[in-house]
Design a protein around this ligand. Structure first.
Ligand code: 8YV
Length: 329
């Protein structure tokens, strides 16, 4: 039987599914350190990861490794060049999380704009003793302009929801989306700078790459309206968190909603002390149904990538399909 590592605690029924095909080493404890992860991977044919870094070092230490299935749509934790060099297949879990993640983007954006978290803390702290005309004044959503940076599947799901809120939609993306999608979403393409100047609510939904490290830094924040909000449901590192904390503290933008952070699970200490930011622990895809769908899709990918099960050799979501069918190098 082939051996696999399941790097993070996982739904027990998904582990049971995997056990039908593999000898499973399931980590049921804390996140493995890089060294421990490398050590546990060393005798495995495959792995199911969720954000764990897999690069040349891990692959070189695991000579039998042929497939790594990430339980995430983003796979910036994979060094794809190292995967290709060794003919190791990587897979991800796109689509099944689009709607839940788009819902959560809206929840964070609205919480930031309408100061939900900040006002709740005030109430819980027993500070609410009168109604006042100027308590927790926020920024309107209805009738405002949504700016989506990253118009992939999740960005489109997010933009589609704007219609019910009577919003204008502008977007920025590496390349323009097809005209019929622009028409369906009523979305207009803008340069990043034009979008930042124009949008009332900016939402980041782009994949993390070296090129878009700190896509939003001090210079970009300075372009935004003082009444605008910024929501990041993409990846830590896309925003310069230190610069954002300064912009929030100095009220150069109104508020932010962040689900992802540079160096998470650590959070920049300045973000923890500014009031006008809503902070959540990377849960945009976290509904019971969606996380189950992601886990099962990751398992489907791993089973198929390792040449067993009903789709043997045809995993649904390869990220580097050119290596399919090639012997491990
Ligand atoms: C994952 C995510 O749960 O899919 C993604 O890219 O950010 C989340 O849905 C998280 O990355 C853990 O792998």
């Amino acid at each position: 039987m082939q051996k696999i590592l399941v790097a993070r605690p996982m739904f027990p029924d998904v582990i049971e599914r995997l056990k039908q095909y593999f000898d499973v080493d399931a980590n049921e404890g804390d996140v493995l350190s890089a060294d421990e992860f490398t050590r546990r991977l060393a005798d495995k044919d495959g792995a199911l990861t969720a954000g764990d870094m897999v690069g040349a070092v891990q692959i070189a230490a695991a000579p039998r490794l042929r497939a790594v299935a990430n339980m995430a749509v983003g796979f910036n934790n994979f060094d794809v060049a190292a995967f290709n060099a060794a003919n190791v297949l990587g897979t991800n879990t796109p689509d099944v999380l689009n709607e839940s993640t788009a819902d959560f983007g809206w929840a964070l954006m609205m919480a930031a704009a309408r100061r939900i978290a900040e006002s709740e803390h005030f109430l819980r702290a027993g500070q609410w003793n009168r109604w006042s005309y100027d308590s927790f004044l926020g920024s309107d959503i209805y009738g405002s302009t949504l700016g989506v940076i990253g118009m992939g599947r999740i960005g489109q799901a997010l933009a589609r929801r704007a219609r019910g809120f009577g919003m204008r939609v502008c977007y920025h993306n590496r390349s323009r989306v097809a005209p019929e999608i622009e028409a369906e979403l009523n979305a207009e393409y803008r340069s990043k700078e034009a979008l930042l100047r124009e949008a009332d609510h900016v939402v980041l939904v782009l994949p993390y790459t070296k090129e878009n490290h700190h896509t939003i830094g001090a210079a970009e924040l300075a372009l935004m309206k003082p009444t605008a909000t910024l929501t990041n449901i993409a990846r830590g590192g896309i925003v310069d968190d230190a610069a954002l904390a300064v912009a929030l503290r100095e009220r150069r933008i109104a508020a932010a909603g962040l689900d992802v952070f540079e160096g998470e699970p650590s959070v920049h200490p300045d973000l923890l002390t500014v009031p006008n930011v809503v902070l959540t622990p990377h849960i945009a895809s976290a509904t019971e149904a969606t996380r189950r769908a992601m886990a099962n899709l990751a398992a489907d990918n791993l089973i198929a990538a390792l040449g067993v099960g009903p789709r043997a050799g045809r995993p649904p979501n390869p990220v580097n399909p050119d290596v399919l069918g090639k012997a491990r190098a």
